[in-house]
Design a protein around this ligand. Structure first.
Ligand code: FES
Length: 682
């Protein structure tokens, strides 16, 4: 029976990312030959990443730069290009591809070619999903009945319990997945605002069904074959839908009512899983025939009997898993003295850079190669204290992104006053006075949204004062390696020439970078000013006047919050577009003490920590850092949105001069303080 024609064919070069529309595809027993040949690996869990666990993957798109060949691993991998929401495109052979992905996703990941089927370890689940997580992903409330996994074959159920995807493939459940226009139209009729387009569901192909077919017709095709061109494809069973199609994707708005509509009106099923039965090709416009088979009734009968048996097994399994989850000892998460993601490093070298700045080199005794990072990013140190406790401090890396044997940070001894008495920073003081070569301390891998990709070609203007030079050093060294012809201008302010740290390193960079311009501004009198330096304070106007064409430059600013704010406002006034301005600040944030001394309960949902708010902290950002929770940050005064975070419950307050973010349930950690108990997606 003729049921329709092929309207769309899709392939997805990188698992969990958006794909590309194609006009024809070769089908093998494992699905489309060129589908999902790359994946992202979560380096923290060593698992192949899925959008269920890292939803931001849904915002990325991938396409092939060279046509793929069949096979596995780096030899067979063809080049892909990943497109980010801001339009940035990164090729898989860019040495910084994984670092850029990690920066965007906010966690360490590696872009990997599809591992071979025999490499089962690469596919293994290290954190099986709990029943609670499954319900959350399926968008089910506590009152909804258990999801019915008895649709899946025993082989699929076994795979799902052990692997992220079947070894040798990167699809979730079955090699192919299709959807019909009749099914999409039926959902659109129920919820017209929902935009039930095929891209939400990322099918392998879409069948434009004949006009007389209405509703979710594919539900009735279970156990039957479709003949499409020369291809014979078995419809295994209806696709179980999770909440993912309701999330935002490129060109598609977020709408939780979309999966809710499918759950309430379609029994959580839309589209169908399918398996190829021969090697063949399909193309756009191919006629789709539903094959009459004597065996279908038998298939469905066996399937139904099997489902009834499996249903009991799955229910029993669910009950056991729920019982285990309830019984799980919550204190087991506390066995490590550090929050998740920290591991021990050894200090292998320290050097005095100026009277109050030291550089420290750390190596991981377990790994000879550290992850590449985007220069400008920071690491977080868990710094021991004399009272036996720990304080957590982020430090920008001053080593280049390609230096893989050690991390270097450069730390200024922070001096201030407490109750009118001189005091040294708890973090920097310990690093300066106590830490010796050979000592170990826990460090979290590089993170943060501030940085410049060395392989880009856009001109760079780097603006810093004092210890704000550290990310700029990292950027300059990295650009010197990857792109020595790039136009890079450094504007740096110092107080006294005698305390000018890294002068030698900057002189060396002048030899390595063909288009490097350094403008130094000196405000103090201590010592002989470096040749060519400018006397007086660096201002946005002076920087703008020195830039040959302000529109050309990506601008990175690093200094104290007041400095960053002055440059942010000043450079905007000079005509530099807001999206070209990037910030990182250090030192105290500009938060205010609101007089509320309540020790609210703050729950960090991703880190699984619940702690009492410390009213002495200026903001939720500094509070999270105090707890060792690595949160993104930039300007630290409410301008750049880098610290935006999802507030899952509770209320916050802001200083009068900070504009809260527009997104629903979004807060700016750097400026917000709690007004009630909170749950944060951190
Ligand atoms: S760090 Fe810039 S807005 Fe919070």
């Amino acid at each position: 029976m003729h049921v329709g024609t092929i309207k769309e064919i899709w392939r997805f070069p990188v698992k969990s990312m958006g794909g590309e529309r194609i006009s024809a595809a070769n089908i093998d027993y494992a699905g489309f030959a060129d589908d999902r040949t790359w994946a992202v690996r979560d380096d923290e869990t060593n698992e192949i990443a899925t959008a269920r666990r890292i939803p931001k993957l849904m915002m990325l798109k991938a396409r092939y730069l060279t046509e793929p060949t069949t096979g596995f691993g780096p030899v067979a991998a063809s080049r892909v290009e990943i497109e980010f929401p801001d339009g940035r495109r990164v090729s898989s052979d860019d040495p910084y591809a994984s670092a850029i992905l990690s920066m965007y996703l906010g966690k360490r990941v590696t872009l990997i070619p599809r591992p071979a089927a025999r490499d089962k370890a690469a596919y293994r689940l290290t954190q099986p999903m709990s029943p609670r997580e499954i319900r959350y992903i399926l968008g089910m409330s506590a009152d909804d009945p258990d999801p019915d996994f008895s649709w899946f074959s025993l082989k699929v159920l076994t795979n799902l319990s052990k692997y992220t995807t079947p070894p040798g493939a990167l699809y979730d459940v079955y090699p192919l997945h299709f959807i019909t226009t009749a099914a999409l139209d039926s959902m659109n009729a129920i919820y017209p605002e929902g935009n039930f387009c095929s891209q939400r569901y990322r099918p392998s192909f879409v069948i434009e069904t004949n006009p007389e077919l209405t509703g979710i017709v594919e539900n009735s095709w279970r156990g039957r074959d479709l003949r499409i061109g020369d291809a014979l494809i078995r419809c295994n069973h209806p696709t179980i839908r999770c909440s993912m199609p309701g999330t935002q994707q490129p060109g598609i708005h977020q709408d939780p009512n979309v999966p809710l509509t499918v759950m309430r009106h379609a029994g959580q099923h839309l589209g169908a899983y399918a398996s190829p039965r021969n090697r063949a090709g399909i193309q756009l416009g191919d006629s789709v025939e539903l094959v009459d088979q004597a065996s279908t009734k038998l298939y469905v009968w066996f399937d139904d009997v099997g489902r009834r048996v499996k249903s009991q097994v799955v229910k029993a399994g669910n009950r056991i898993a729920q019982w285990q989850e309830q019984k799980r000892d919550p204190s087991s998460a506390l066995k490590s003295p550090y929050p998740r993601g920290f591991r021990p490093f050894t200090l292998v070298k320290r050097e005095q850079e100026s009277s109050d700045i030291i550089s420290l080199w750390f190596q991981d005794p377990e790994r000879s190669e550290l992850p590449r990072f985007v220069p400008g990013q920071h690491i977080v140190l868990a710094i021991p204290q004399l009272d036996g406790g720990l304080v957590y401090r982020p430090y920008t890396l001053s080593s280049p992104g390609h230096q893989l044997d050690s991390f270097r940070i450069s730390v200024k001894r922070e001096v201030g006053t407490v109750s009118g008495e001189p005091a040294v920073g708890r973090g920097s003081g310990w690093l300066h006075d106590q830490l010796a070569v050979g000592d170990r301390m826990a460090i979290k891998d590089p993170n943060g949204q501030f940085g410049a990709v060395p392989t880009d070609s856009r001109p760079l203007a780097l603006i810093s004062t004092g210890i704000g030079i550290t990310p700029m050093l990292s950027i300059l060294q990295s650009v010197a390696k990857e792109n020595p012809e790039r136009d890079v201008r450094l504007f740096h302010g110092i107080r006294d020439p005698q305390d000018f740290a890294f002068q030698g390193a900057l002189e060396g960079l002048k030899q390595q970078l063909a288009n490097f311009h350094l403008q130094l501004y000196v405000t103090g009198q201590g010592g002989e000013p470096p040749v060519g330096s400018h006397a007086g304070r660096m201002t946005p106007e002076r920087v703008c006047a020195a830039l040959p064409d302000v529109d050309k430059y990506d601008v990175l600013i690093c200094g104290k919050p007041a400095f960053s704010k002055a440059f942010h406002d000043g450079l905007l006034a000079c005509g530099i577009a807001a999206e070209r301005l990037h910030f990182e600040s250090f030192g105290a944030s500009l938060g205010v003490d609101d007089g509320d001394q309540t020790a609210y309960r703050i729950h960090f949902s991703q880190s699984e920590q619940t702690v009492n708010w410390n009213p002495a902290q200026e903001s939720l950002l500094s509070f999270a850092e105090e707890q060792g929770i690595d949160a993104n940050s930039g300007c630290r005064y409410g301008a750049c949105q880098a610290c935006e975070c999802t507030l899952l419950s509770g209320e916050v307050r802001y200083p009068d001069d900070v504009q809260p973010p527009g997104g629903k349930n979004k807060i700016l950690l750097c400026s917000a303080r709690p007004k009630s108990d909170l749950t944060l997606a951190l």
